[in-house]
Design a protein around this ligand. Structure first.
Ligand code: PLP
Length: 393
């Protein structure tokens, strides 16, 4: 059997292109954060995770430029051998301090942070238990670990309890959940999940990619629940609130020390670039100095959420800057996406297996009321032209 056979039988994307409905890999010719330029038109960006609006902040850009001047464009190697800068370690110290933890370990992406944490800690004979809606990186990490993988119903502590009861008594048990779910925008039931883990001697990793910079005063999901330092290990990404690319594992010094020497995605991959590291550090400092940004992103999301609800649009259980709007099927998802793009609003079309059909929007601290009104009026005209209430669940 030719392993490339699947390449020739994969036609779905070309069919969508031929129909003029292909919504991925959209080329942007300008990016100002809250607005982007596509084919000469300015669009309101509602598909980015730039929650605090810091990707174009002059302080963050200046720090990134200065790091290139000082250290060049790349470390050209792993932190383990030749790619470790004082900048990486400063970011680790400040991040750990911000999250109220002993230590942190910086990886080149959040995806790699999850790979390193899960597959560094779990292995054959262990069980990794994952929320069914957890991010793909947690699922890939569990598969890579060689441990037995079990999933439990989304944010259902009782389902987790049943799965933990079914684990062999002598197996190491690692539970992985997201703090804020990237497709629904709901916040995990951390207190209940933690107590189920404690009942069964399981350790919990909380992927707070969408909680850092967004919940509590930016300190994330643990703080939101007043549970600082209660989760065994946090993973975060810098590609959202911290306006960069990279990620980290944050927790007790002993665990971080162990991962420093066992996380293959850290050891066998080049370190975060100087520019990215400096940008994340500068963004973290801005977040500490300007907590109003956290309030602002919620106010903006609430403005749109309330406006959409008034129109009868179902925006699910989200209480964060992530707003999902359900759609019917593939054609409907791509069709509404294209129509909104034509009306000047950039959203993300999501189809299975990523999640059920929907448009995913996320808001920023730097969206203005004018941006938000443009989004609402695009939905209003979209909704008005759909008497069958396609956008209602
Ligand atoms: C919940 C979650 N975890 C991890 C990641 C991976 O982060 P990164 O983009 O830094 O690889 C993402 C990014 O989409 C995410 O949403």
């Amino acid at each position: 059997m030719d392993i490339f056979e699947k390449v020739h039988s994969f036609t779905a994307a070309r069919d969508a292109m031929a129909a003029g409905l292909y919504p991925y890999f959209i080329v942007l010719d300008g990016h100002e954060g809250a607005e982007v330029r596509h084919r000469g038109r300015d669009l309101v960006m509602c598909g980015s995770n730039n929650y605090l609006g810091l990707t174009t902040d002059p302080r963050v850009k200046a720090a990134s430029r200065a790091a290139i001047d000082e250290f060049g464009t790349s470390c050209t190697g792993s932190r383990f051998l030749n790619g470790n800068l004082e900048l990486h370690e400063t970011l680790e110290r400040e991040l750990a301090e911000f999250c109220g933890r002993q230590d942190a370990l910086v990886f080149s992406t959040g995806y790699q942070a999850n790979l390193g944490a899960v597959s560094g800690l779990a292995g054959r004979g262990d069980v990794v238990l994952i929320d069914r809606a957890a991010h793909a990186s947690a699922i890939d990490a569990a598969a890579l670990s060689g441990a037995k993988v079990r999933t439990f119903r989304h944010d259902d502590p009782e389902s987790l309890r049943r799965q933990l009861r079914a684990c062999p008594p002598d197996a190491g048990k690692l539970v992985v959940v997201d703090g804020v779910y990237s497709m629904e925008g709901d916040i995990c039931s951390l207190p209940d999940l933690l107590s189920v883990c404690h009942e069964h001697g399981a350790r919990l990793i909380l992927d707070d990619a969408h909680g850092l910079g967004v919940l509590a005063d930016g300190r994330g999901t643990e703080s939101h629940f007043g549970l600082a330092d209660r989760v065994d290990l946090l993973t975060v990404t810098f590609s959202k609130s911290l306006a960069s690319v990279g990620g980290a594992v944050i927790g007790d010094a002993d665990v971080i020390h162990y991962l420093r020497h066992h996380a293959r995605s850290l050891i066998f991959s080049a370190s975060m670039s100087p520019a990215n590291t400096a940008a994340a550090l500068a963004a973290l400092r801005v977040l500490k100095e300007e907590p109003w940004r956290v309030d602002h992103v919620h106010e903006n999301a609430t403005y749109v959420r309330d406006g959409l609800r008034r129109m009868g649009v179902d925006v699910g259980a989200s209480s964060t800057p992530i707003l999902p709007v359900p759609t019917k099927d593939l054609l409907d998802t791509f069709g509404v996406w294209k129509s909104l793009l034509g009306k000047g609003v950039y959203v993300n079309p999501v189809v299975p297996p990523a999640a059920s059909y929907r448009l995913r929007m996320s808001f920023m601290a730097t969206h203005t009321v004018d941006h938000l009104d443009r989004v609402l009026s695009a939905f209003e005209s979209e909704f008005a032209s759909r008497p069958a209430a396609v956008l209602q669940a």
